[in-house]
Design a protein around this ligand. Structure first.
Ligand code: FE2
Ligand code: FE2
Length: 161
C-alpha cells in the first residue's frame, strides 16, 4: 500500500477527500473535548460532547463505506485492506456510537474507542486517501460524489420517507 503524506500528494485537491478530511478534523476537535470532559470527571459534559461526536461520526462512516470503500472494493487487491478498515468501523460503531451518552460507566470504553478511532483516521489520511487518489478514476470519483449526495439527501428527508 502506498505510504505518502497527504500534505505532499495534494489529496485535498479531490473534493470528496477534502470533505472527509475536514470531517476528520472536526471529529478530532470533538474527540478532544470528550477526552477533556472525561479527564475532568464531568460526566454530564462528556455525555453532551459524546452525543456531538456520534452525530458527526455516524454519517462520516456511512459516506466512506458508500463512496471510497465501495469504489476500491470494485478493484482487485483491496479486499484485505478494506476488511481491516471495516473492522475499525465496526469497533467505532460498538464503542462510540453504541454508547448511550445519558448512561453511566462508559468512560474507559469510550477512551479506548477514541484511541482506536485516532489510529483509524491516521491510516485513512496517510494511506487510504493517497491510495484512493491514485486508484480511483474520474468516473469513480463522480460515483463517490453521487454516493455522498445520496446519503446527504436521505439524512435530510423527513422521517418515514
Ligand atoms: Fe473510516
Ligand atoms: Fe474517516
Amino acid at each position: 500500500m502506498l505510504l505518502a503524506m497527504c500534505d505532499y500528494c495534494d489529496c485535498r485537491d479531490v473534493a470528496p477527500i477534502r470533505e472527509l478530511s475536514e470531517e476528520h478534523d472536526a471529529i478530532g476537535v470533538i474527540a478532544a473535548r470528550v477526552r477533556r470532559a472525561i479527564g475532568d470527571g464531568d460526566h454530564a459534559a462528556a455525555g453532551a460532547e459524546l452525543r456531538q461526536l456520534q452525530a458527526a461520526l455516524a454519517p462520516h462512516l456511512q459516506r466512506e463505506e458508500a463512496g471510497i470503500f465501495a469504489q476500491l472494493a470494485a478493484r482487485d487487491g483491496f479486499a484485505w485492506y478494506l476488511s481491516t478498515l471495516m473492522a475499525d468501523h465496526a469497533s467505532a460503531r460498538a464503542d462510540l456510537l453504541g454508547v448511550d451518552p445519558d448512561g453511566a460507566g462508559w468512560d474507559g470504553r469510550v477512551l479506548a474507542g477514541l484511541d482506536a478511532l485516532a489510529e483509524h483516521i491516521s491510516l485513512e489520511e496517510y494511506d487510504l486517501f493517497p491510495a484512493s487518489r491514485m486508484m480511483i478514476d474520474d468516473h469513480g470519483w463522480a460515483e463517490v460524489i453521487a454516493a455522498h449526495e445520496r446519503l446527504r439527501h436521505a439524512a435530510a428527508a423527513p422521517a418515514g420517507r
